[in-house]
Design a binder for this molecule. Structure first.
Ligand code: NDP
Length: 316
């Protein structure tokens, strides 16, 4: 594993981190969850990313992760970086959603109970809230750190201008923002339009989520939609998203990956890592073999100018 410094902080994060959004809920098998976590940790993935609402049902990924930590990782807490978030709908009534101090503080208390932890390493505000003053949301993050319930804070899904405001407020409060978690892949390059520059300017790390576009940027959908793929299992990757145009791009990218002796998943991950502003790439996995396959991207991180141009022309 390669470990990269997160922005201007003292914290090193593995080049790949593992997210528990999918495949760790009560609908999933505990033995498979355990295998994925073991393979990841044994291969140097020290960072595991959660949120209050991961499951299904919401909360169950944290509960299951907490149980596995107790059973299999007791004694390893100081080798792990564990994150959680609040910002999406979690419970009924006016206090279980968005960005109030009430919601963030209560939600983290619940997350800590579910994971049986005293603190998380990173706590995020999950999405911007247009109706809560940004100062209040950032004060909540600062408070949580001062309470010792999180060591660092981050924001997710914030556009460049809002991120800049958040970083400024957090700096004034004395709790600098550690990291931003945006969606970023070859199929979704919005962060290149300003956000990455803001992160660099403020010394904030970057952890892109859905780097494989939820599995689209792999060879799995080349010949139709296989059973037991995310596109058949849930609503987040719809069959309608897998268009002929996308598959045509995937086919061309796959040819390039094969010429580089890589899988397409490895090419897609290495392509994100070419930018030094990317601290760690946040993968998901439904099987332990996928974690191993993805980690092997580290064996070929170099791109020639010709390859980069070719990728740009395929992506259009
Ligand atoms: P990816 O884009 O990495 O998609 C993961 C899926 O791709 C897997 O479940 C699997 O799909 C397939 N896959 C993974 N590796 C391989 C491989 N080597 N070869 C073939 N197929 C592979 O990421 P996710 O969308 O899962 O997101 C990752 C994490 O990002 C989440 O767990 C979460 O922590 C975070 N996230 C954060 C969000 C936010 O708002 N902050 C939103 C969404 C995610 P299959 O199931 O079909 O096998």
């Amino acid at each position: 594993m390669i470990y990269n410094r997160c922005g201007n902080s003292g914290l090193l994060l593995p080049a790949l981190s593992l997210g528990l959004w999918q495949n760790f809920g009560d609908v999933d098998t505990v033995a498979n969850c355990k295998s994925i976590l073991h393979i990841a940790f044994d291969n140097g993935i020290t960072h595991f990313d959660l949120a209050n609402n991961y499951g299904p049902p919401p909360g169950s990924a944290e509960t299951n992760f907490g149980k596995i930590l107790k059973e299999d990782f007791e004694g390893y807490r100081d080798e792990l970086i564990i994150s959680s978030k609040a910002g999406y709908t979690m419970w009924d009534g006016p206090y279980g959603d968005w960005g109030s101090k009430k919601y963030l503080v209560a939600s983290l208390n619940q997350s800590l109970k579910r994971m049986q932890l005293d603190y998380v390493d990173i706590f995020y505000h999950h999405r911007p809230d247009p109706n809560t003053p940004l100062e209040e949301t950032m004060q909540a993050l600062d408070l949580i750190v001062r309470q010792g319930k999180a060591l660092y804070v981050g924001i997710s899904n914030y556009p460049a201008d809002k991120a800049r405001e958040a970083f400024t407020i957090l700096k004034q409060l004395g709790t600098p923002c550690l990291i931003h978690q945006p969606r970023y892949s070859m199929f979704d390059r919005w962060v290149e339009g300003g956000l990455l520059d803001v992160l660099e300017e403020y010394g904030v790390g970057c952890i892109p989520f859905s780097p494989l576009a939820q599995g689209l940027l792999t060879n799995k959908y080349l010949n139709g939609i296989p059973e037991d793929s995310r596109a058949t299992r849930n609503l987040f990757l719809k069959e309608a998203d897998i268009t002929a145009d996308k598959i045509n791009k995937v086919r061309l990218l796959n040819e390039l990956a094969v010429a580089r002796n890589q899988t397409l998943a490895q090419l897609a991950l290495a392509w994100l890592m070419k930018d030094k502003r990317i601290t760690t790439v946040l993968i998901g996995a439904s099987k332990p073999e996928q974690v191993l396959n993805s980690i092997a991207c580290l064996e070929n991180l170099h791109f020639s100018t010709e390859e980069l141009n070719k990728i740009n022309s395929i992506l259009g």
